[in-house]
Design a protein around this ligand. Structure first.
Ligand SMILES: NC(=O)c1ccc[n+]([C@@H]2O[C@H](COP(=O)([O-])OP(=O)(O)OC[C@H]3O[C@@H](n4cnc5c(N)ncnc54)[C@H](O)[C@@H]3O)[C@@H](O)[C@H]2O)c1
Length: 261
């Protein structure tokens, strides 16, 4: 059987860690070359090395996705290094404005959050996702071969989260961004979908996993386990592969049944 992403070039943001890194490796296992983009330069290099070890091409790109000029340069570097962008997985994100990969949770109610913190999170989660999707869409239209745009939203796109309202609002925005882009880009055979994971074992949920109520919380989910980054990577792989060709404007939930409750 041929590999599911043979000959494809994927650009993954947030690929230095967690879900983005697992997706870079899973995509490479299925034949894709990968541009590994993240603000953590050294860790992005490590992901790129893992991709190369699987026999695929990789370029590591250090950037802040909230900066339009850096996003344009990211797409140009990907095309220069790999030849094209066939798949975008926009996974870069933060759980709150001061998130630095340590899983530290800062809960603030929406009527209390300082505007700079609201904007700081939106600049990455929503503006950053928009900038990456927009720049890649322009490139895909130029290439004339269609494409797949996938954005990591969250189960919080559908479910308000007390103390993390700005995160939930940003992820609801990411989901609507995918639906609107799906509507507009279908004529170029570019599909746009979101993924809304439940609780996944990455640095982002490190502190949550140490909380006293964590086991009880997970125990209430039908599958009674935390998600693995590869659970989300496999969802992205499906949407990026031939099997996912007729999905557009959808959100898929690798969440162990969390949202069903
Ligand atoms: N872990 C979960 O339970 C969970 C659940 C639902 C959704 N998500 C979403 O999944 C995505 C990946 O998160 P994760 O859990 O793998 O966390 P993570 O912290 O392991 O990975 C996020 C990556 O994004 C990068 N990043 C953050 N801001 C950036 C910026 N401005 N520019 C470039 N890169 C930036 C970080 O450096 C990091 O490598 C995020 O969008 C997150 O909101 C996570």
């Amino acid at each position: 059987m041929s590999l599911r992403l043979e000959g494809k070039n994927a650009l993954i943001t947030g690929a230095a860690s967690g879900i983005g890194r697992a997706s870079a490796i899973r995509f490479a296992e299925e034949g894709a070359n990968v541009a590994v983009a993240d603000r953590q330069a050294a860790a992005a290099e490590e992901t790129a090395a893992a991709v190369r070890k699987l026999g695929r091409k990789a370029v590591a790109i250090a950037l802040d996705v909230s900066d339009p000029a850096q996003v344009s340069a990211m797409v140009a570097t990907t095309v220069a290094g790999l030849g094209s962008v066939d798949i975008l997985l926009a996974a870069a994100g933060v759980s709150h404005a001061r998130y630095g990969g340590d899983g530290q949770i800062v809960h603030k109610l929406l009527h209390e959050i300082p505007f700079e913190e609201w904007r700081g999170l939106m600049a990455i989660n929503l503006d950053g996702c928009f900038l990456c999707c927009q720049a890649v869409a322009v490139q895909m239209i130029k290439q004339g071969q269609g494409g797949r745009i996938i954005a990591i939203a969250s189960g919080a796109a559908k479910m308000p989260v007390k103390g993390s309202g700005e995160y939930a609002v940003s992820k609801a925005g990411v989901w609507m961004l995918m639906k609107n882009m799906a509507l507009e880009l279908g004529r170029w055979n570019i599909t746009c979908n979101a993924i809304g994971p439940g609780v996944i074992d990455t640095p982002m949920t490190k502190q949550l996993q140490q909380a006293r109520h964590f086991d009880r919380m997970i125990g209430h989910q039908p599958l009674r386990r935390i998600g693995k980054p590869v659970d989300v990577a496999n969802t992205a792989l499906f949407l990026a592969s031939e099997e996912g060709a007729y999905f557009t404007g959808s959100i898929l939930h690798p969440d162990g049944g969390l949202l069903m409750q």
